[in-house]
Each structure stands twice: as structure tokens, then as C-alpha cells.
Design a protein. Structure first.
Length: 343
């Protein structure tokens, strides 16, 4: 009887030597899960937008680092030589102009970025894939609609937050270094919209709001160009409405004086006079002690001092993030309807 084992029944080494156990292959790539594949696909499809954002953030960051260092030193030296550092308003030279350009790029980018993000999210990120049928194809390949939308939002959100937080930190560095120059020239008030947005968490919040508005617009319209337009205009209008009511987000301080020369320091919200009956009459143009009335008793000014920066900032951030969460929740509800209730 032949008892010689066949080759298939023997333990062999990778070289075919009998009697040696086969070593498991090492370095085998892990299986590609649908979620991981979707994330990679998102990076691949939108790599041009990713590179544009990284290049923009990189160039603006380099400009802000320069402005916080040699740019500021050159501008300050120029102001001392010209005498501008000792008076409030005077002409400035090329060093200050170049510094001003670099220092304002960061706030400008953080101000316009939400609308641009809304346009991109509404057009390219969501609507284009629904319009071309790519999204429904992905839903048949083991990716649920909810997971598809979550990946579409999470990947850009991570990139956007990284960029906006970096720009915000660098803007604050420039603002801190600029203090003596700002005091000398009396420029760049903290309540100015671009300055306010660029120096705290609200800049990042508005960028995420733009992503949420664009995503909802893309799901509603499912066409690239209309989604782009609605994402752009919708984000701009919503952000503008919130910012125009910023002064209402925190109680103002009130200064009352016997003369029209009210010595307040901060962002003026309202001013006027108080009549003999105790009535407050708003009159911003009132600059003399009579204001054309005979019953003027005192004058008032409602304003936000600089100490209100963070209270206003944090309240606005909370409102913007709440609106963002509601928009994202609405997007998932709408997606459920588009997918026939299967998410």
C-alpha cells in the first residue's frame, strides 16, 4: 500500500521544502471598507478644490507670519521716521501699505470663505453627484445614503476647520503684535466685521455654515449650477443677517452725561438725549447741548466696550453652530425622502 502523502497534504515552506509550516504572508493590505473607499474617493474627486484651499491657506499664512514679524517692524520704523507714529492721521509709505495688505488678507479670506464654500458645496460636492447619478451608484455598492452624505460633509469639514483655525490663530498673532501701531494710527476697530470674524471662533463657525447651506441647496436642487448659485447667495444672505444684528447679542453699556460731549470708548450702538419727561429720544446726529429742543435734560450713549468682544463672539458662534446643525439635520431628512426612506 502506498502511504506516501501527496504534495497537497504536506506542510511545505514557501520554497516547497517538506515538513516546514507555511509562514503567513505579511504586509497584506487591509480590506477596503465602503466608508474608507468613500473617503478616498471624495479626496480624489475633489483634489483640485483641496489643493486650491491648501494653497490659499498656505500663502495667506505666510503673509500673516511676515506681517507679524519683519513687516510690522518695517512699518513701525517708517512711521517713526515720518512722524506718523506721533499723530493720528497722516500719509503712510510703501512699507506700511505692504504691511496693511498682508495683515488684511487673513480677515478678507475668512470673511468671503463661507460664501465660496457654500457655492462649492452646493454645486460640486453634492448636486453634481446627484445630477450625474454617481451618488445613486454608490448607494448600490454597499454605501448607505446616510453614510454617503456623512462622508461628503465630514471630509471637507475637517479640511476647512484646519485651515480656518490656523488663519484665526495667525490673525490674532498679528493683532497682538500690531497693538502699538494701531494705537498710534487709530485704525482697524475691533467691531469692524472683517476684524471681528477673523479673530475668534466665529470665522470657523461661518465656514461650516457655508458647507451646510451648500449641502442643503445641492440636495434640494440636484443640479450643479443652481446649487452653486443658491449655496453662494444663501450663505451670504444668512451670514449678513446674523452679522447685522450682532450688536443685539449682548446687553450694551449706557453712558449718561449732562452735555452732548459723551466720553464713551467702544462701538457705538445708539445715542440721543433724555427729555424732561424721562423719554429717551434716539438722535445720532445730536452733537450740541440743545439738539433743537428745549426739554433736553441729559444725553446718553449705548455702546459695546472692547471687553464685550468675547461675550459677543461666543454667543454668535453658538447661534451659527446651532443654525449649522439644523441645516445638516434637514439635509439628512431630505436625503431620506430622496432615497425612498432607506438611509
Amino acid at each position: 500500500m502506498n502511504t506516501t502523502p501527496t504534495r497537497s497534504a504536506m506542510d511545505t515552506s514557501p520554497t516547497g521544502t517538506p515538513g516546514t509550516a507555511r509562514a503567513p504572508e505579511s504586509g497584506t493590505a487591509p480590506a477596503m471598507t465602503p466608508t474608507r473607499g468613500l473617503i478616498r474617493a471624495t479626496f480624489r474627486v475633489h483634489q483640485s478644490a483641496l489643493w486650491f484651499w491648501c494653497l490659499l491657506v498656505g500663502l495667506v499664512s505666510a503673509g500673516l507670519v511676515w506681517a507679524a514679524g519683519p513687516g510690522l517692524d518695517a512699518a513701525w520704523t517708517e512711521q517713526l521716521k515720518s512722524g506718523c507714529a506721533r499723530i493720528d492721521y497722516c500719509s503712510t509709505g510703501p512699507a506700511y501699505s505692504l504691511y496693511g495688505l498682508a495683515a488684511t488678507l487673513g480677515p478678507a479670506v475668512l470673511t468671503v470663505a463661507p460664501a465660496l464654500i457654500g457655492a462649492w458645496a452646493g454645486g460640486a460636492l453634492i448636486a453634481r453627484e446627484l445630477e450625474s447619478g454617481t451618488a445613486r451608484l454608490a448607494w448600490t455598492q454597499g454605501v448607505t445614503p446616510a453614510r454617503w452624505l456623512a462622508a461628503k460633509l465630514a471630509v471637507p469639514a475637517a479640511v476647512i476647520v484646519s485651515g480656518t483655525v490656523l488663519l484665526t490663530l495667525l490673525n490674532r498673532l498679528v493683532w497682538w503684535r500690531e497693538e502699538r501701531l494701531r494705537q498710534a494710527l487709530g485704525t482697524r476697530d475691533w467691531f469692524e466685521s472683517t476684524v471681528f470674524v477673523a479673530h475668534g471662533s466665529v470665522g470657523t463657525a461661518y465656514a461650516l455654515l457655508g458647507l451646510a447651506v451648500g449641502a442643503l441647496a445641492g440636495l434640494l436642487l440636484r443640479r450643479s449650477l443652481p446649487g452653486l448659485a443658491v449655496g453662494l447667495v444663501g450663505t451670504a444672505l444668512l451670514a449678513g443677517a446674523l452679522q447685522s444684528n450682532r450688536h443685539l447679542l449682548w446687553p450694551v453699556e449706557t453712558l449718561v452725561s449732562k452735555t452732548a460731549d459723551r466720553d464713551w470708548t467702544g462701538e457705538l450702538v445708539d445715542r440721543g438725549f433724555i427729555s424732561s419727561t424721562g423719554e429717551r429720544v434716539s438722535d445720532v446726529e445730536c452733537t450740541d447741548d440743545s439738539c433743537g429742543r428745549t426739554d433736553v435734560v441729559s444725553f446718553y450713549a449705548d455702546f459695546h466696550p472692547s471687553s464685550h468682544f468675547w461675550p459677543l463672539h461666543l454667543v454668535e458662534t453658538a447661534i451659527v453652530l446651532t443654525a449649522t446643525a439644523l441645516l445638516i439635520w434637514t439635509s439628512f431628512r431630505l436625503l431620506r425622502r430622496l432615497a425612498g426612506g432607506s438611509v
